[in-house]
Design a binder for this molecule. Structure first.
Ligand SMILES: Cc1ncc(C[n+]2csc(CCOP(=O)(O)OP(=O)(O)O)c2C)c(N)n1
Ligand code: SF4
Length: 282
């Protein structure tokens, strides 16, 4: 099966100019390339939260699960643990992953479970029409903060570093070749991978010009060095007017949670009562 052809029957409803199109094209290219390298696409599962980003799973022709707002990460983890041979990729919005679902992301990073989380970080709530989000800068004017946000944003990369993530990268929706490259690296990483993509919301927070002037690709950066990674991650804090690095900030080999997690191997009758299912499973 190809992810390019046949396309899905779902009608694309993203706004013209939305950065989600680049993410969609990148994931299709990445899936094609992992398929060519020998991973059947039946062994790939995509999961999304709720938001504009979440529609991506409707547009890619592989198995997927549309979860609920804030809960993409635990669904990704559950699928991975139920069948560790699967490659499970989660797509979440910044509101989704860094707001309502932040605790899940922290614990997934802490336990270094072998999953990939792609965050469509448009720094605004897109689907609900432009409210302030966890990575919106201080002063951000939107539906929920008409006089400007009074809060500093979180720096999700710094948060993920301190939580224990073993792969941390940033991409930009206006630069598809670079995006494909880090996307592939994230998906191939053995352990918890977080890819924060500056995905421009053309309708409620159009940052193309701002980012185009500031982004640069990381060069001569050693992603294995924690202190160097922290320094680079702090260069731009999602508020200050600074150069914005793109690429892999941190990468480390460490045992993945799912490698040590074993079911009993016993057959479980999922139609029996819950006490029996649980006692059979352990
Ligand atoms: C549990 C729950 N809380 C809140 C909502 C309402 N809601 C739907 S999408 C959304 C925010 C979307 O923003 P984001 O996650 O950044 O995704 P985007 O639309 O920008 O891609 C919210 C608050 C919901 N559907 N379910
Ligand atoms: S509202 Fe923003 S994020 Fe949602 S589809 Fe439109 S441009 Fe994309």
């Amino acid at each position: 099966m190809s992810v390019q052809e046949p396309g899905t029957y779902a009608k694309n409803t993203w706004c013209p100019g939305c950065g989600n199109f680049s993410i969609l094209n990148s994931i299709k290219a990445v899936l094609e390339s992992i398929r060519e390298e020998g991973t059947p696409l039946d062994n790939v599962v995509l999961v999304s939260g709720i938001g504009c980003h979440a529609k991506i799973v409707d547009y890619v022709n592989v198995n997927s699960f549309y979860s609920i707002h804030g809960r993409a990460t635990p669904v990704v983890e559950g699928i991975k643990l139920a069948d560790p041979k699967l490659k499970v990729i989660g797509f979440a919005g910044d509101g989704d992953a860094y707001g309502e679902g932040l605790e899940h992301l922290i614990f997934a990073a802490k336990r270094n479970i072998d999953i990939t989380m792609i965050i469509h970080d448009n720094r605004v709530y897109g689907l609900t029409t432009g409210q302030c989000a966890p990575t919106s800068p201080m002063g951000f004017k939107g539906r929920s903060t008409p006089r400007g946000s009074l809060e500093m944003p979180i720096n999700p990369l710094e948060l993920m570093l301190s939580a224990g993530a073993t792969f941390i990268a940033r991409g930009f929706s206006h630069g598809i070749e670079h995006l494909k490259k880090i996307f592939k690296e994230a998906v191939n990483h053995k352990g918890f991978a977080l890819l924060d993509i500056l995905q421009v919301c053309a309708t409620f927070y159009n940052m193309y010009e701002y980012y185009d002037k500031r982004v640069y690709e990381l060069k001569d950066h050693n992603p294995a060095d924690y202190s160097e990674a922290l320094k680079k991650i702090r260069e731009w804090d999602y508020h200050n007017d600074a150069p914005i690095g793109l690429g892999v900030f941190y990468k480390k080999d460490a045992p993945a949670f799912d490698e040590g997690f074993k079911f009993s191997g016993k057959e479980v009758d999922v139609n029996s009562n819950i006490d029996k299912v649980l006692s059979d499973a352990v």
